[in-house]
Design a protein around this ligand. Structure first.
Ligand SMILES: Cc1cc2nc3c(=O)[nH]c(=O)nc-3n(C[C@H](O)[C@H](O)[C@H](O)COP(=O)(O)O)c2cc1C
Length: 385
């Protein structure tokens, strides 16, 4: 049985909605939970990380106790062997919708975000109902990361024809508009949409904070237009690859453009990026761990993983190299606790409202982060005490 969080219930003290509370920190802090076997790195260097519920629950409960604002789970559909190689990278992958529902009663404060591929056979009424239910199970702490799916193979798994990139976001716009109407309407809804219809449809309970926290991770023009209109929190990728210096040059304009787009709809959005953090007491030890991950790479899994992101019609990750993908994540942050804090300060200065970290060996890396990095983040003024 997974452990239940010992954190005090913060909403009783401040009455804030979870994203409002998170946003009081100069830099929001999230954890990208390892729901997929092998998490982010097609490498067999030793580690404890597991895709199973118990391990992910342990990570989430610990992250909450350490004061993290959110956890996030991605969704994927892969065939036998996952991305392949001897390690069968990501073959086992727990579903984030169900896992985050399971995490709700184990936690008190932390925001639980699940990805859902809304175009793989869902009706907005289904997802509006499921989302409102998990919203209640979690006391208004659940977030929905709407993705449209960029892999032809995933559409084919569901017996569907792949959909052209920008059309996917037009469909996501209608889908999300219908969910919001279901969450806010006090009357039955009858709608003849372009893609979905409903007659006398109704959702109750209504989400606790009026609507469910909406999240997206787009990079393209069409994707960001969707996100600016519908999302409260937008996951961004470095437009310049995983190198921190290059990322920090490119990110200010990227963040500004997203926020300006949202203001065009009269909305304020938060942006968050996912650095892969390799932190050790000294830079030399952190670099040694970086090299160990690379040296233990599973070459077949690494080739296939890299090819997925280098190809496809999605706009994200186009500048990331094969080596970047063996380590995993979006921007690499490798060094001592002081260097990690310095990197986060630079991402913050580049306009990112939050970081959501990936680790290699999740539980011990999280523990070290809590003990050594978090106090320095407070000292640096990036986190409230
Ligand atoms: C942090 C993050 C998480 C994502 N999670 C998923 C996911 O779980 N499943 C998925 O199919 N796509 C996921 N994506 C991909 C996005 O949905 C999107 O397709 C991609 O960023 C490309 O942007 P575009 O669709 O605007 O071209 C994720 C992207 C980011 C940056």
């Amino acid at each position: 049985m997974p452990r239940i969080s010992t954190a005090p219930d913060l909403s009783r003290a401040d009455g804030l909605a979870p994203l409002e509370r998170a946003a009081r920190h100069p830099l929001m802090l999230g954890l990208f939970i390892p729901l997929q076997q092998g998490a982010w790195s097609p490498s067999t260097a030793p580690r404890s990380t597991s895709w199973d519920f118990e391990y992910n629950a342990e990570c989430t409960v610990r992250a909450e106790e350490l004061g993290f604002d959110l956890v996030f789970g991605l969704a994927q559909w892969l065939g036998k062997g996952g991305y392949g190689g001897a390690m069968r990278f990501r073959e086992n992958a727990a579903d984030p919708l169900l896992v985050t529902a399971g995490l709700a009663p184990l936690t008190r404060n932390i925001i639980l975000i699940s990805t859902v591929h809304i175009l793989y056979g869902w009706h907005p009424l289904h997802l509006a109902k499921f989302a409102a239910s998990i919203d209640h199970m979690s006391g208004g702490r659940w977030g929905l990361n709407v993705v449209t799916g960029y892999k032809k193979s995933e559409y084919e798994m569901f017996g569907l024809a792949p959909i052209e990139h920008d059309l996917r976001y037009a469909m996501a716009d209608e889908f999300s508009t219908l969910m919001r109407r279901l969450w806010t309407s006090d009357e039955n809804l009858t709608v003849e949409g372009r893609w979905w219809r409903m007659a006398d449809a109704f959702v109750a309970p209504k989400p606790i904070h009026g609507h469910v926290l909406m999240v997206n991770a787009a990079s393209s023009g069409a994707g960001l237009a969707y996100a600016a209109k519908h999302s409260d929190l937008i996951f961004i990728t470095s437009p310049a690859g995983a190198d921190l210096d290059r990322a920090c040059e490119a990110l200010p304009a990227h963040n500004r453009a997203i926020k300006e787009r949202a203001r065009g709809f009269g909305r304020e959005v938060k942006t968050i990026i996912n650095p892969h953090v390799i932190c050790r007491d000294t830079e030399a030890e952190a670099r040694a761990q970086y090299r160990a991950i690379l040296e233990h790479q599973d070459p077949v899994a690494a080739d296939n993983f890299y090819a997925t992101f280098a190809g496809g019609d999605q706009a994200s990750w186009k500048r990331a190299t094969r080596e970047d993908w063996v380590i995993g994540g979006n921007v690499h942050v490798v060094g001592s606790p002081e260097q990690v804090v310095d990197a986060f300060a630079r991402l913050h200065a580049a306009g990112c409202d939050g970081v959501q970290v990936n680790f290699y060996d999740y539980l011990p890396d999280l523990e070290l982060f809590g003990a050594r990095v978090l106090p320095l983040l407070v000292q640096a003024g990036l986190r409230l005490a």
